[in-house]
Design a protein around this ligand. Structure first.
Ligand SMILES: NC(=O)c1ccc[n+]([C@@H]2O[C@H](COP(=O)([O-])OP(=O)(O)OC[C@H]3O[C@@H](n4cnc5c(N)ncnc54)[C@H](OP(=O)(O)O)[C@@H]3O)[C@@H](O)[C@H]2O)c1
Length: 334
């Protein structure tokens, strides 16, 4: 089957070639023929080897985390899906690879494609939708009347979180460059800060939650606007020792993460606020809810461009700019 893969970390360009077609080997697995996949910044981080402490992945490594496709075969214990159905998913993190014709995933990661859900939107949704959902409902458990600052509201994760937070009845403040302000207002943002010209710590009122997709100084400064006793959730900052322990890393890694994140710990202690690193996970049931929100028009996903498989490198280069105007889709087959 055709696949886009790397043979070592740090490889600059993806290799496009033929790799063996996978097959179902476990009772709860599903074989999917991929129709479309989407590119995420995490694909580039994995390619660079930045997630090696968290993910043990074999080489050659097919990149890609999101997909929409057709079920081709099922394991003996699969109960929710049948051959021929269209599905979407965020593939298991320890066995990634969606930039290819076929993949094998766990049944629990899949959602059924709702009738009338556009395939591009479906392939764009899983990773970013689940990230926003898990930040708001699992990590923050945010409630009506509370407030949130969302960094990079125009980004794929940020724009979904803006909409979910509004549905949940929160006051939403977000950062974006000027060209995206009108769009974010239509999504429901109450205040949009142009991060290129304004220091958000000077114009953002105290909030119950901050969601960070930028990391570094932006994450540290976020503790200046979060209310005491409240929470900063980051998907781009450094994991801390608490995360490392919960993730099952050994004591050495726990110590290394503690050391590396000491500035974050100091900032959160000073603010009397909590810090939590989110490493999103696949979840077919949550994904099914998100897909229903999209197909009923309550959740918008902005798609920037679809690339044919042969131009996947150009697609990844566009995402690497950090300023994509929406999700970037790869077409595997019709
Ligand atoms: N830990 C996890 O589980 C997890 C899950 C999902 C994503 N992530 C991470 O979260 C980050 C965002 O992912 P994404 O898919 O949303 O990315 P994305 O869609 O590629 O983000 C691009 C957007 O970010 C905006 N942006 C760039 N720099 C900014 C800044 N300094 N302040 C405000 N906005 C800025 C850009 O807007 P302008 O062009 O207007 O500047 C652009 O709209 C990535 O680092 C990704 O790896 C982590």
């Amino acid at each position: 089957m055709k696949a886009a893969y790397i043979t070592h970390y740090g490889q600059e360009q993806l290799t496009l070639g033929q790799l063996p077609k996978p097959s179902v080997t476990q009772p709860k697995q599903v074989l999917v023929r991929v129709l479309k996949a989407s590119v995420n910044p995490v694909d580039l981080k994995i390619q660079a080897g930045k997630l090696r402490p968290l993910l043990k992945l074999p080489m050659p490594l097919i990149l890609g985390n999101d997909y929409v496709g057709i079920v081709e075969a099922i394991g003996t214990a699969v109960t929710n899906f049948k051959v021929g159905q269209k599905v979407l998913g965020r593939i298991s993190k320890q066995s990634i690879g969606t930039f290819c014709d076929y993949l094998v995933d766990q049944e629990a990661n899949l959602a059924l494609l709702p009738p009338n859900l556009d395939l591009k939107q479906a392939s764009a949704l899983p990773l970013v939708g689940l990230t926003a959902y898990q930040a708001l409902f699992d990590k923050m458990q945010a409630k009506r009347g509370q407030s949130i600052l969302i960094h990079a509201g125009a980004g794929a994760v940020g724009s979904i979180l803006v909409q979910l937070a509004k549905m949940q009845g929160l006051t939403v403040i977000t950062t974006a460059s000027q060209r995206n302000h009108a769009w974010l207002t239509t999504l429901g943002a109450d205040q949009v800060i142009d991060y290129r010209y304004n220091d958000f710590t000077k114009v953002c009122p105290p909030v119950d939650y901050v969601f960070d997709t930028i990391g570094k100084e932006t994450l540290l400064q976020s503790f200046e606007v979060v209310k005491p006793g409240c929470k900063v959730v980051s998907v781009a900052g450094l994991p801390d020792a608490k995360f490392a322990k919960a993730y099952g890393l050994n004591l050495i890694w726990q110590g290394l993460f503690k050391l590396a994140s000491h500035k974050i710990t100091r900032a959160s202690n000073k603010a009397d606020a909590e810090y939590e690193f989110l490493f999103m996970r696949p979840d077919g049931l949550q994904l099914q809810r998100l897909a229903e929100l999209v197909v009923t028009g309550r959740l918008q996903i902005r798609v920037a461009k679809e690339y044919p498989f042969e131009e996947i490198q150009a697609a990844c280069d566009y995402v690497a700019t950090g300023h994509a105007d929406g999700k970037v889709i790869i077409k595997l087959t019709d």
